[in-house]
Design a protein around this ligand. Sequence first.
Ligand SMILES: Nc1ncnc2c1ncn2[C@@H]1O[C@H](COP(=O)(O)OP(=O)(O)OP(=O)(O)O)[C@@H](O)[C@H]1O
Ligand SMILES: [Mg+2]
Length: 290
Amino acid sequence: MDAAFDIAGEAAPGASPTSPFRPVVQARGLVKRYGRVVALDHADLDLMPGEILGLIGDNGAGKSVLIKSISGAVIPDEGEIRLDGEVVKFRSPLEARVAGIETVYQDLALSPSLSIVANLFLGRELRKAGLAGRILRTLDRAEMRREAREQLSALGLMTIQDIDQTIDTLSGGQRQGVAVARAAAFGTKVLIMDEPTAALGVKEGRRVLELMLDVKRRGLPIILISHNIPHVFEVADRIHIMRLGRRIAVIDPRQYAMSDAVAIMTGAVPPPPIEKWATGLPAPHASAHG
Ligand SMILES: Nc1ncnc2c1ncn2[C@@H]1O[C@H](COP(=O)(O)OP(=O)(O)OP(=O)(O)O)[C@@H](O)[C@H]1O
Ligand SMILES: [Mg+2]
């Protein structure tokens, strides 16, 4: 039983593995130090089922290190992470991906010398049906190319001419598009996006927002990190604000102005207390169907 339900009281008796009020991802007390730099200073996070959680904070607030701790790219020094209530200790991004957590990194973890198709299917290549696939492990290249093309055109990224082009020949925005397509296609539990629209044009940025809403409709929760506050306010159900390596507030975007969020983020005004609904209860006005 996690603390959220103890506080919640009414949620505790019914908190089953499928409880809509149990966080999909819950981080508690994460600490990460790099020499004398404290990147995470007892950071918490709660991602609820089916929601888009905006994650905002100034440069260096610890946003990327926090999500990297969840996606296996960083191993925290202290603290605990739960996925669907179970403690997880990922030692690599691949382990997190196998568990269903897909991440678009701010610093784009694509393999530059591999093609778009190869990057999309890295670590989960499709094999041919029958003996060739099972025994000889023959890759089903045609199917991978077909799916890759479908993913990218669904995202409106068919400005990419050649699916066999290597990543290092793509523009920054095109690379970001490939990373977003890969995450959206393969995420089964959680999608994490660290500045997914930073390198994109206005039109492509909008498409990524629409894609996020699509993914949410599919029932997958998303963590969105962005310095684009209007984007965050547009799609987020709740906004987690970080400052100096910790979560200082969780706000409901319908009840705050963007300027207030920024004032909290920069320390210009004190954060409001973290309410119960921020850590495992639905927002007061959330309907049963979200
Ligand atoms: N590999 C590392 N080695 C040393 N320090 C690091 C490392 N990674 C992060 N840091 C430090 O940890 C702190 C938090 O960094 P982080 O990348 O999480 O910030 P952020 O909130 O994502 O910022 P931004 O908005 O600029 O992306 C910063 O002070 C950063 O310099
Ligand atoms: Mg960052």
